[in-house]
Design a protein around this ligand. Structure first.
Ligand code: NAP
Length: 281
């Protein structure tokens, strides 16, 4: 049996949905079953918290494979709890959602994930690291100002990045969880094309049928805005670190890993935007 963490979130939700579509009945550990209503009757829903070793151990009972994801500034500590509990419970294979660059960490996010990757590798459990680039769904953070000002603001200048559709991240993780040959592998995942802020704006303009403008902003202004919106300071610093790398052209790589692992090409930003257009209107 497969245990999926984070099923009420972006990638865990994709993993759960795609496992169910393949005829599996995964177990989902969630903090709020009411947020997991779409999975009622299709998955075994267990209330728990990765903060609690007891709830992890009981959710992991009888589990062979684990989709490991967390979030927030203590997310890596939560992952380490889950890895230790998985080891105790006799789990065989862990598929961990990591981040692009965690195999040679240079940025804050990749350093955070490198700590969890190292713990997983050191645990002796079989592992697969899924290392995606920026999610296309991050564009939802642009929605409020796109709605009110037909613009979005980000300190990335002309820097380009190859955002990936979370559906493709889920597809790679599900392939690793349900077919053989993925143990000990690290998969660096990107979307099919690397675009600048202006490039993403042009795609949104075409999909939404109205002009959308990308505005480069100084990092200090971006920092103020993010802090005011309630993002924790450590997370703001990690984002600024990432934006600086994007602006410097260090995040524009495109890989063909999604196609190699799943056999199908990754989705474009345009197709993601068409499916999510309502969020920008
Ligand atoms: N966004 C990006 O561009 C990007 C790129 C590469 C890698 N990543 C990595 O992706 C990960 C986030 O993945 P995601 O976007 O799929 O997650 P997400 O949408 O942020 O959702 C996080 C999930 O974790 C659950 N969770 C958080 N704390 C928990 C706890 N104490 N116990 C049990 N469950 C808990 C949440 O449950 P609730 O619904 O109860 O809150 C939610 O289901 C992070 O590690 C991030 O570094 C992100």
């Amino acid at each position: 049996m497969i245990l999926v963490l984070g099923a009420t979130g972006t990638t865990g939700g994709e993993v759960a949905r795609q496992l169910i579509a393949k005829g599996q009945k995964p177990r989902l550990l969630v903090r709020s079953p009411e947020k997991a209503r779409e999975f009622e009757g299709k998955a075994e829903i267990v209330r728990g918290d990765m903060d609690s070793k007891d709830s992890l151990v009981s959710a992991l009972h009888g589990i062979e494979k684990l989709y490991l994801v967390s979030a927030g500034t203590n997310g890596i500590d939560l992952e380490i709890n889950a890895i230790d509990a998985a080891k105790k419970a006799g789990v065989r294979h862990v598929v961990k959602l990591s981040v692009i660059g965690a195999d040679a960490p240079a940025l804050t996010f990749s350093k955070w994930h490198a700590r969890s990757e190292k713990h997983l590798i050191g645990s002796g459990l079989a592992w697969t690291m899924v290392r995606p680039a920026n999610f296309m769904s991050n564009a939802l953070m642009w929605a409020p100002t796109i709605k009110t000002q037909q613009a979005f603001y980000q300190p990335t200048g002309e820097g380009r990045w190859a955002a990936i559709d979370p559906v493709d991240i889920g597809a790679v993780a599900v392939t690793a969880l349900t077919t053989s040959g993925h143990e000990g592998k690290g998969y660096t995942l990107t979307g099919p094309e690397s675009l600048s802020g202006a490039g993403y704006a042009a795609k949104l303009s075409s999909v939404l049928g109205k002009p959308v403008k990308f505005v480069d902003v100084p990092p200090d202004a971006a920092k103020d805005g993010m802090l005011k919106s309630g993002i924790p300071p450590a997370y703001v610093d990690a984002l600024l670190d990432l934006f600086a790398a994007m602006k410097a052209g260090k995040a524009d790589a495109v890989t063909d890993t999604v196609e190699k692992v799943t056999g199908r090409k990754p989705g474009t930003f345009e197709s993601w935007a068409r499916r999510n257009a309502a969020a920008f209107k």
